[in-house]
Design a protein around this ligand. Structure first.
Ligand code: TYM
Length: 325
């Protein structure tokens, strides 16, 4: 039996990197799951506190993130969808680290950004995963290291308690596991990059998609080919296209070998529009009814808590801290 878990930060409407790298795989796994497999997806509110946040804005983006998960086709009946922060995880991620600094240290890091959350983040992520005895974690490329730590922690707990309470969770990737910035193909597409044209959001309208793809950085070589080293921007467009079409990127590249960037960009735009049309409409429909979303979130949190409390009771029993059972 599979237990599938994954999480997303409460950063608001996801971008196409989140979608092709992870979220779409969540929906696919939901579709392909066996009846007794369990699927659990979380908006990880506590993780946001690693950085300073404006509380009003965070509340909005947190709720938008949840709405997006439902909008892309996660079914709140089949899957448990919940806000991590609705569970009683008391986590002091904001505690400042006392770090003695050199007077002439010219590091760019703002001291207010150095808090324990930076260190505890991967541990909190491991707790997310292990609380449900997860067996599979569908994520993008950048989560690889965090999940290795998670497996280490699970293994060492199992060993120290001479038990096999925690399965070692397997990382599950999509072919499009790393989507790059449209403006700087040496970086991954990210929510925090200053330039909004560097990413496509699930809610972008047709014209916005067209303009962003038209402005995507490619290269001055002629023709189109898939070569992530020499042609990262062009290859990224091919990855987007193949990701949306759910086809092999080399097969897609083959079809464009006698065409130019212009033709590729037109097709990427069309396919993105096609891919985003439904989730976009569904997102705005859902967001118009916050009460309904809250009810879904409450239900999800309740179901999630039931499972994690059971795990926690087992942990307590194994380490000798359970007072009643
Ligand atoms: P987050 O919110 O940064 O991203 C959510 C998911 O989207 C993937 N992703 C990408 N995939 C391809 N290309 C990109 N440019 C791109 N950007 C983001 C991420 O890999 C991720 O799968 N630490 C996690 C949240 C988390 C979590 C967990 C995940 C907390 N607890 C437990 C799995 C299990 C994060 O910051 O994701």
């Amino acid at each position: 039996r599979k237990v599938i878990f994954s999480g997303i930060q409460p950063t608001g409407v996801p971008h196409i990197g989140n979608y092709l790298g992870a979220l779409r795989n969540w929906v696919k796994m939901q579709r392909e799951a066996e009846p007794d497999d369990q699927l659990i997806f979380s908006v990880v509110g506590w993780h946001a506190l690693t950085l300073p946040q404006d509380p009003r804005k965070l509340l909005q983006t947190r709720n938008d993130t949840f709405a997006a998960l439902v909008a892309i086709g996660l079914d709140p009946e089949r899957s448990i969808i919940f806000h991590q922060d609705q569970k009683e995880v008391l986590y002091f991620t904001r505690t400042r680290l006392a770090i003695s600094r050199n007077a002439n240290d010219e590091s760019e890091v703002d001291e207010s950004m150095l808090n324990t959350g930076l260190l505890t983040y991967p541990v909190l992520q491991a707790a997310d995963v292990l609380a449900y005895k997860t067996t599979h974690v569908p994520v993008g490329d950048d989560q690889q290291q965090h999940l290795e730590l998670c497996r280490d922690l699970a293994e060492s707990f199992n060993r120290s308690t001479n038990n096999s309470l925690f399965p070692l969770p397997e990382t599950v990737f999509n072919p499009a596991k790393r989507i790059l910035s449209l403006k700087d193909p040496s970086a991954k597409m990210s929510k925090s990059a200053r330039d909004e044209n560097s990413r496509i959001l699930l809610t972008d309208d047709t014209i916005t998609i067209r303009n962003k793809i038209r402005g995507a950085v490619t290269d001055s070589l002629s023709g189109v080919s898939y070569d992530t080293e020499a042609r990262p921007g062009t290859s990224n467009l091919l990855t987007l296209l193949a990701g949306c079409l759910d086809e092999d990127v080399h097969a897609v590249a083959e079809r464009y070998k006698d065409k130019g960037h212009g033709a590729l960009k037109i097709d990427v735009t069309d396919v993105l529009e096609e891919t985003l049309r439904e989730p976009r409409a569904e997102f705005f429909r859902l967001r118009a009814d916050p009460g309904h979303l809250q009810a879904l979130a409450d239900k999800g949190a309740e179901r999630a808590k039931e499972i994690s409390q059971r795990t926690l009771a087992e942990v307590r029993r194994l380490v000798g801290l359970l007072t009643e059972f």
